[in-house]
Design a protein around this ligand. Structure first.
Ligand SMILES: Cc1cc2nc3c(=O)[nH]c(=O)nc-3n(C[C@H](O)[C@H](O)[C@H](O)COP(=O)(O)O)c2cc1C
Length: 355
């Protein structure tokens, strides 16, 4: 199963196998633009054998970045630099290349993690963050500004611009980041969203802002390219999002015309009850798969391909979004027994000759 194609609706791009490179922040951008590091890092990943390489979380505007070293795709200069990079990656490889669009909200204005972990920027390079409410990200973090209706409109416009730029760059897929405690998750989660206007209070109202952006994405993104969202299965907190609510949200994404969701979880607060073990999100993915027709991906400790094969066969999820193993070794798929037997076809032909 892991080597089987995923067919989406007719006329749409296919995924050649069930392995996707998960988006991973590199904090190596210059003024939001990709650098030499991105050429090196992404070239390797495009030779990995995965069907799709999703670029790291890319902010819809400079203001939406996590740190000053994040990628962003809001300006013409950024669009131009992305175009060069993506042309290069696509010109010598058949691996699909996707973008993940995000806005960090209250998680923005952060120090790069290897300089200082979980730490807000100080001084001139910092900025006033925004969120659904005034609750800070964590102890020691500044209060974000609670977004006015004008701010909400302005961020929707930023998404619009970034989606159009991504289209011009010619990405194969577009994924909205609605998880990991970033801005759209800050509206979805009752742990963070304490509003009582049109954008908070009831579950439907918490859904409203992320769904408006989802509708904009569906309207602007071509039907033959993949459109998905990274969502949170659960907040892993007593008063947080539960899977029953996520299923309802996914149903809405399905009705809007999304092709897939990738199930993540946690991240709305620094400390949650999340317990890590192999395929710990399989239960969440399975619920979404049971109740929607979306293709469902899963992320988090999913690189045991014998187990992945078993779960995909059972219909728990459709594919795996793998992160850290690809950083440790971009070519780790080459040594997987399950791929060796029939899997050579997923490798670049030039390299498959070595086996
Ligand atoms: C260095 C690093 C950067 C990450 N950046 C992102 C990101 O930009 N967007 C995102 O949705 N997830 C991000 N993640 C989460 C990964 O995409 C993935 O879901 C997570 O690492 C779990 O998968 P794994 O167990 O295969 O590593 C990041 C993870 C790591 C280790």
């Amino acid at each position: 199963m892991i080597l089987k194609k995923i067919n989406f609706k007719k006329g749409k791009k296919k995924l050649n196998n069930r392995i996707v490179v998960s988006p991973m922040c590199q904090y190596s951008a210059r003024d939001g633009c990709p650098t030499e590091w991105h050429y090196r890092h992404l070239s390797n990943l495009c030779l990995s054998g995965a069907s799709l390489v999703t670029l790291e979380s890319t902010a819809v505007s400079n203001h939406g970045r996590i740190s000053n070293k994040d990628l962003a795709i809001g300006t013409n200069k950024q669009k131009k630099e992305f175009k060069k990079l993506i042309n290069f990656l696509q010109s010598n490889n058949k691996t699909l290349v996707g973008i993940q669009l995000s806005h960090a909200g209250r998680k923005g204005s952060s120090e790069v993690p290897w300089i200082k972990k979980n730490s807000p920027l100080k001084g001139k390079s910092s900025w006033q963050t925004i969120s659904s409410s005034e609750l800070p990200k964590d102890k020691g973090w500044p209060k974000p500004k609670k977004m006015s209706h004008k701010d909400i409109k302005s961020v929707i416009n930023d998404f619009k611009k970034a989606i159009l730029n991504s289209l011009e760059v010619n990405f194969d897929s577009l994924e909205l980041h609605m998880a990991h405690g970033y801005l759209l998750h800050q509206f979805l989660s009752p742990v963070c969203n304490t509003r009582n206007d049109n954008f908070g209070g009831s579950m439907e109202k918490r859904f409203k802002f992320p769904l408006e952006i989802a509708r904009v994405a569906r309207r602007l993104w071509p039907k033959n390219k993949l459109l998905g969202a990274r969502i949170t299965g659960e907040d892993h907190l007593k008063d947080g999002i539960k899977i029953s609510e996520t299923v309802k949200f996914c149903k809405k994404l399905e009705n809007i015309g999304f092709d897939y969701v990738c199930v993540s979880s946690g991240g709305i607060l620094t400390k949650t009850d999340l317990k890590f073990k192999k395929f710990f999100r399989a239960r969440l993915a399975r619920e979404i798969k049971k109740k929607t027709k979306l293709k469902v991906g899963i992320t988090g400790m999913t690189d045991d391909f014998i187990l992945a094969e078993k779960y995909i066969k059972k219909g728990y999820f459709d594919n795996v979004f793998i992160g850290r193993p690809f950083l440790k070794n971009p070519f780790f798929l080459y040594n997987q027994k399950i791929l060796r037997r029939k899997g050579l076809k997923i490798l670049p032909t030039q390299y498959a000759r070595a086996f």
